[in-house]
Structure formats: structure tokens, C-alpha cells
Design a protein around this ligand. Structure first.
Ligand code: SF4
Length: 436
């Protein structure tokens, strides 16, 4: 979500003629797009702010002497929404605070910077508005936000508090953005939202839900440059049979879903307010795999939630064993003030949380290695994403199942599809050979 929003902000800068400053040079503007989901992200951001504060002081003398403007420091994103003007009071070097719903004021801020004036915002607007395009310059993949905010209030999560309630983008606006991306030759899009399955847009023409939108997107992209479509994030409680059917009927939907299960114990899932059970999750996985046998699944797993017992952890490991995710984002619980879980009794000691997390990570590593081993010898299409970091004569591509493969090739192929044979593994990346 944040990288899509960073790209949208970057686009506003580019459209107004701003250029990225070279490393080491004094910038005219520093834009920090922040995340509040984890405490560590906030702590890191505070460190960065202290650095920029020192830098601003350092430059201010020479700026005054030479009649230059001091650089402008803008803080955007979730942390700006959560802490608002309080952030500015704590770090006076910040010139503007722009929450996730206030992104539309960015051009006004830039105009003030360009003209040497100042801009006063009226606080966060009540209604979130989607910006017109999120295409990073030269990109062949793009995010397409379809909704903003979340109504789910999982007990550990700050997102509904910092991003607000769900707002869905109109199908017409989604269609316009997709048409623009197709015009620019984009090959892959990812429909983006905190919980895309709960997408629902109503107007005088009727109601469009998520499977309805998927059907429309499949039709809009047919015959265009956009060959692959993904979506993120899909809360397991809302992934409907109809969504599965639309995916299965349309090959443009990549055979990969990120399905954040978070835990494997019913009592912990209930305490997290996830509103599904392990039984319903297993049923969902079975339905998905029945409809799309080649589908790969990835997930998020959160251990060390307050009150989690050794048996609960065993339930996580058992669920992983049964589902066999291709990969997982695994983390341990850290209390976030303002969330329902913050006041729950039974906090787990740090050492136990780390130990439990390491068991989950070890099991996932084993599952990933086994899943990839089974794929050796297969022919797959990859979208070529760039040059391999380890060898300038090799390209790196991604399969629709979200697996990485490197193979010999040259730069001009970046952004195109290639057929490859997966012949060996190095870590979790395939070594491959191009076949067409
Ligand atoms: S679905 Fe739950 S975890 Fe995801 S953003 Fe909403 S509240 Fe947070």
C-alpha cells in the first residue's frame, strides 16, 4: 500500500518538473512517506526525523548567507495521520504533515515551496479521494488502488484508526486508470486495498462487489498489454466462492493469492477478531485449490499474541503443515497503543515470542524449499523484472505463482514475458533457461 502511495506522490513531483536529488547533494524537499503498522517503523522514522532536523540546522547558516531557501520537510502517510500536528510540535524541522486522506493537498504544498510562500491546510479532509494514477516512471507493473481504509478492527491492528473506514473507488475511476496503464504498455497490475474482498460500490447504476469488479477488470484488460492481474490483501473471512469462480474462469488472474491467516488456533483467531476459524480457512484453501490446482498460497503469521499457549503455537505449526504455504511473512506480536489487544492480559515474554517465531520460520523455510523442489523441470512464463543483482548478464523474472527465476539475458528484455525452464535452485530462486 505504502509503495503505491509513494509512487503516486512521486508522480505528482515528476509532473511538476521535480527531479530526484543525487546522493549527497542538498535537497530542496524531503518527503517521508510513513507507516504506523509496526512500532519499529515508527521508531525508525523518528530516528530519520532527528537526522533531517540536524541536516536542516547544518544547512540553515549557509542558506541564510547565500539567500537560499532551507529545504522543506514533508511527512506523509499513516504516521502523519496518527500523530498529526503533534508530530510537527515534536520535530519543529517538519514543515508539512500530510495524512493518508490529505494527499490531494500535495500539489498545493509544492506550489508553496516553488513560489517561496507557505500553505495552511485545513486538517484531514472528511472524504478520501483516489489520485488518478500510480504508475512509477518506466514501470511495467503498477498498483491500482480500489479501496482505502478498513472496517475490520482486528484487535492488534492500528490501520482502521489511522486510515479510517473503508472507502471504495468507483468502477469508472478504476477503468480510467487501467485504460491509462494499458496505453502506457503496462504488463501487470495489482488491485490494491486493505481488504479487497469487501469492495462494494453503489451508485444510481447499481452495486458492484469484488467479484463483479474482477469480471469488469478482466473484460477491460482483454486484448490489451495487461496480461497478468493480482490483488492484495484478501482477508480470508470475505473471500467468496464467486471470487474464486471468476479467478478460475479468467486466466488473466495470476495463480497466486496472499491469504493472511495470522494464526492457527481458534481461540487466538477469536481474540484477534479475525472472524474465521481454522476449519473455515481449511475449507477456503480446499475450494481455491480445487478450482485452481496450480495456485500458490502465501500468508502472514503473527505469533506471541497475548494469552497464546504452547498448544496454540502447535496449532499454528499444524495449520502450516496442512496448508503448505509457498512463503509467509512471519512476525511476533508487539502491543500497539490504541488497539483493543493493547489491554489484553497474558502478554508473552519477549524471549518466548522470539523462540516461537523462530520455530515458525524454520518450518516455513522447510516448506518453501520443498515446494520449490517440486517445481524443478517445469516450464513457466515469467515477467522479466530486471537484471540479476549477482550477475549483470542475467535477468530476473517472476512467475505468476510469485516465484523468482534467473536466466541469461539482456537488459532490453526487461518488462517483457519469457518462457523458461526451471532447472535448479539457489536458495529460494530458480536457475532457469529461456525457451521462448
Ligand atoms: S483486515 Fe485487520 S489486519 Fe488487515 S488492515 Fe484491517 S484491521 Fe488491519
Amino acid at each position: 500500500m505504502n509503495s503505491a502511495e509513494s509512487a503516486a506522490l512521486e508522480m505528482v513531483l515528476c509532473e511538476r518538473g521535480w527531479k530526484k536529488s543525487s546522493n549527497g547533494g542538498k535537497p530542496d524537499l524531503v518527503l517521508l512517506n510513513t507507516c504506523s503498522v509496526r512500532q519499529t517503523a515508527e521508531t525508525r522514522l523518528k530516528g530519520r526525523l532527528a537526522q533531517y532536523e540536524a541536516l536542516k540546522k547544518k544547512y540553515s547558516l549557509s542558506d541564510k548567507r547565500n539567500g537560499n531557501r532551507p529545504f522543506t520537510l514533508v511527512v506523509a502517510g499513516c504516521m502523519a495521520s496518527r500523530l498529526g500536528e503533534g508530530l510537527k510540535a515534536a520535530y519543529p524541522a517538519i514543515d508539512y504533515v500530510m495524512g493518508t486522506a490529505s494527499r490531494s493537498i500535495f500539489p498545493d504544498i509544492l506550489k508553496a515551496v516553488e513560489t517561496g510562500t507557505s500553505y495552511e491546510a485545513d486538517g484531514e479532509p472528511a472524504v478520501f479521494s483516489f489520485s488518478s494514477s500510480h504508475l512509477e516512471e518506466g514501470a511495467f507493473r503498477s498498483f491500482v488502488p480500489i479501496m482505502h481504509g478498513c472496517d475490520n478492527f482486528c484487535s492488534y491492528c492500528v490501520v482502521p484508526y489511522v486510515r479510517g473506514r473503508e472507502v471504495c473507488r468507483s468502477p469508472r475511476s478504476v477503468a480510467e486508470e487501467i485504460a491509462l496503464l494499458a496505453e502506457r504498455g503496462v504488463r501487470e497490475i495489482t488491485l490494491l486495498g486493505q481488504n479487497v474482498n469487501s469492495y462494494r460500490y453503489e451508485d444510481e447504476n447499481g452495486t458492484v462487489d469484488f467479484p463483479g469488479l474482477l469480471r469488469m477488470v478482466a473484460a477491460w484488460t482483454r486484448g490489451s498489454s495487461i496480461a497478468w492481474i493480482r490483488f492484495l490483501s484478501a482477508n480470508p473471512k470475505d473471500l467468496s466462492g464467486e471470487t474464486i469462480a471468476v479467478m478460475a474462469e479468467n486466466a488473466c488472474f495470476c495463480r497466486h493469492i496472499h491469504l493472511p491467516v495470522q494464526h492457527g488456533s481458534d481461540s487466538v483467531l477469536a481474540a484477534m477478531n479475525r472472524r474465521y476459524t481454522r476449519k473455515s480457512f481449511f475449507q477456503l484453501v480446499e475450494d481455491l485449490r480445487k478450482a485452481m490446482p496450480s495456485l500458490s498460497l502465501s500468508t502472514d503469521i503473527l505469533v506471541g499474541f497475548p494469552g497464546e499457549t504452547e498448544e496454540d503455537l502447535e496449532a499454528v505449526l499444524d495449520l502450516m503443515e496442512q496448508v503448505r504455504f509457498l512463503y509467509s511473512y512471519m512476525y511476533h506480536y508487539n502491543p500497539r497503543e490504541g488497539t483493543a489487544a493493547f489491554d489484553l492480559p497474558g502478554r508473552i515474554p519477549e524471549k518466548t515470542k522470539r523462540e516461537r517465531l523462530s520455530r515458525v520460520i524454520a518450518l516455513q523455510k522447510k516448506h518453501t524449499a520443498e515446494a520449490l523442489e517440486k517445481r524443478l523441470g517445469r516450464q513457466e512464463m515469467v515477467l522479466i523484472e530486471g537484471i540479476s543483482r549477482k550477475n549483470a548478464d542475467e535477468l530476473i523474472g517472476r512467475t505468476e505463482r510469485d516465484e523468482m527465476a534467473v536466466f541469461p539475458g539482456t537488459r532490453e528484455k526487461i518488462g517483457s514475458f519469457a518462457g523458461v525452464t526451471l532447472h535448479s535452485l539457489k536458495g529460494h530462486t530458480f536457475r532457469a533457461e529461456q525457451v521462448n
